[in-house]
Design a protein around this ligand. Sequence first.
Ligand SMILES: Nc1ncnc2c1ncn2[C@@H]1O[C@H](COP(=O)(O)OP(=O)(O)OP(=O)(O)O)[C@@H](O)[C@H]1O
Ligand SMILES: [Ca+2]
Ligand SMILES: [Ca+2]
Length: 471
Amino acid sequence: RGLDKGFGFNKGFAAKYDLGDEVGRGHFGYTCAARIRKGARKGDAVAVKVIPKAKMTTSIAIEDVRREVKILKALAGHKNLVQFYDAYEDNENVYIVMELCEGGELLDRILSRGGKYSEDDAKSVLVQILNVVAFCHIQGVVHRDLKPENFLFTSKDENSQLKTIDFGLSDFVKPDERLNDIVGSAYYVAPEVLHRCYSTEADVWSIGVIAYILLCGSRPFWARTESGIFRSVLKADPSYNEAPWPSLTPEAMDFVKRLLSKDPRRRMTAAQALGHPWIRNYNDIKMPLDVLIFRLIKAYIRSSSLRKAALKALSKTLTVDELFYLKGQFSLLEPDRNGCITLDNIRMALTREATDAMKETRVQEILVSLSALQYRRMDFHEFCAAAVSVHQLEALDRWEQHARSAYEIFEKDGNRAIVIDELASELGLSPSVPLHVVLQDWIRHTDGKLSFLGFVKLLHGMSSRSLSKMR
Ligand SMILES: Nc1ncnc2c1ncn2[C@@H]1O[C@H](COP(=O)(O)OP(=O)(O)OP(=O)(O)O)[C@@H](O)[C@H]1O
Ligand SMILES: [Ca+2]
Ligand SMILES: [Ca+2]
């Protein structure tokens, strides 16, 4: 009824492939094994996801299929992502032809083990998941449906490689953009998705849920009804008291807790998770480039010199573990012989990582947002000040201590007198009378310099909300 169900995909599916047994089924279609009928790869086995056009009853449903194919195609090439081969259509169906994974779903392996994964076995699964998800995120794609049903093993082998499938709910997201549609599966959905304001961090939450399940065999957020699960996701803290948690390493628990931070700004990114002490020494993990770095640098270069001084003071208090991640990111940008990076280094690092489909727009967008870096270079010390996440540090038990020692350093070589209006504009607050009352606590009466409280507020800088208003 007026819906255009033409996708512009190839015709002639049946001439090229012999459809075999069904290997899986979902809400939207079914997946079959198939063999290539002719050509150089004649006889090879593939998987075909068949999506009946009769089920596409709205333009949104049609758009979803279009996007699924577009994203699969765009991301092709990562070793932990199902390899896309081709898309076909006829009057009845869309056919997505991809690599056949013969090892079954991660869910079934978890169930067959009775939920018992040793820490090392869990690491081997999680490293692969984090790798592919960090890759999706730097390419600007959120998966939005990460769960053990959507990871397949390539073979029945114990050490088989893991592949992400089902990009049916995935979407593109720009570095500062927020999505608002509620999608995904209740057990795995992040709190900010339920609040309709989220980005790539939501995927990391889902990985946290998977990690929790792998390590202890039960779900972190559980209830009998969907609304009960949502309530639990929003309000409840998962239990770490029952077996096997007390017998697991403290690092494992810390790892899971930092993936399941309710506040997405406090949550680790996928790239950071790969640098977490629990997992970073597993085999030879290579930490991928993290988009978070560019978001933070962008905010840093737009900050006043006072805020920069505050962040520099904070960065001098970072511990070895926190520096591990920043060092990794800095070296991915390949600093010059003097240990400095420029916008060019960022361009090259991004171009190296970006898939063809993303090269044009996304790299350009990120570079434009950093264009203030054009004629200057950044050494490692400044990089740390620029790329440190205040929100994440705040989530740590030792935050107070961090902030106090940073304030001492700031007192020696950064603090200066400031007036309320200046501070208000610094923080993106419109000056108003009640605001004056609040801000008074942020400025020391004796000398007009920032108090500890003011220092911490300044570290946070403008909220992303006031930043986007400014734009
Ligand atoms: N490449 C593949 N190789 C082997 N099996 C596959 C492959 N792709 C999908 N399957 C099987 O088919 C099932 C359904 O696929 P998929 O999740 O892509 O479909 P869907 O209709 O989007 O499902 P959902 O209801 O989860 O949204 C998978 O859970 C898996 O068991
Ligand atoms: Ca699925
Ligand atoms: Ca799906």
